[in-house]
Design a protein around this ligand. Structure first.
Ligand code: SAH
Ligand code: DHB
Ligand code: MG
Length: 221
């Protein structure tokens, strides 16, 4: 089994869905703009939409916007009075994402907040005292443990906390691997699996994005 078959199966699955011009153009724009091609895959984006619908999310927080690909997937699940706040450190990426969200017809539902997430989160907490129904963590991996703690602060029973890239091509099991990104996700998994107020499932994933993993936690009390 090689990566080729993972890609082929993702291509096959994508071909089963109706063509999605909005998402196709965002990915093409990311590639054309020399931005890193690290948005979630099409199927992972569908999963985000399904998860947000499953918890009837009205308020969503995303940490790590890039071009707005996953933001579109999340915002599509929102009702017309819903809100997605997406945090992005890079101002030009933030503007690019805003343009893509406008093209997608979702700009009314989404606010991109530019700045290092740890600096913008305190203001987000003040502005959203009710917290969020779904939180998607997909920014700098070394800071995942802090994003986990922030997520618990901004959650309520029923909130779904989803984190991308928690397996890192299997590096997470190699305790000799002290790459700060790997240590960040390893610590995140420890926190998410031992926190008594949540139920967590960690899934290994293969596909167009290679070999990685997705952590899904639901706050139960
Ligand atoms: N969720 C996006 C991909 C995000 S890639 C999607 O799937 O479509 C990760 C993003 O996090 C990058 O754009 C990067 O600039 C941003 N980022 C990195 N460190 C950050 C920080 N400290 N605060 C906010 N955003 C950060
Ligand atoms: C990286 C970040 C991501 O969010 C991702 O999905 C893949 C890779 C990275 O920084 O290496
Ligand atoms: Mg990611």
């Amino acid at each position: 089994m090689s990566e080729d078959i993972w890609h082929a199966v993702d291509d096959f699955l994508d071909s089963l869905h109706p063509a999605d011009r909005v998402l196709g153009e965002i990915r093409a724009g990311i590639r054309a703009g020399d931005l890193p091609d690290i948005s979630v895959s099409f199927e992972q984006g569908r999963l985000l939409t399904v998860l947000a619908k499953a918890v009837t999310a009205r308020t969503i927080l995303e940490i790590g916007t890039l071009g707005g690909y996953s933001a579109v997937c999340l915002a599509r699940a929102l009702p017309s009075d819903g809100r997605l706040i997406s945090l992005e450190i890079d101002a030009s990426r933030g503007r690019f994402a805003e343009r893509n969200l406008t093209t997608a017809g979702l700009s009314e539902l989404v606010t991109v907040v530019v700045g290092p997430a740890l600096e913008t989160l305190p203001g987000i907490e003040t502005q959203h005292p009710g917290g969020f129904d779904l939180i998607f963590i997909d920014a700098d991996k070394e800071t995942y443990p802090d994003y986990w703690r922030w997520s618990l602060r901004l959650a309520h029973p029923g909130t779904l906390i989803v984190a991308d890239n928690v397996v890192r091509n299997g590096a997470v099991v190699n305790l000799d691997d002290h790459d700060p990104m790997v240590e960040g996700v390893r610590e995140y998994l420890k926190l998410a699996t031992t926190e008594p107020t949540v139920l967590t499932s960690v899934m290994q994933t293969v596909g167009a994005k290679g070999y990685d993993g997705l952590s899904v936690s639901i706050v139960v009390r």
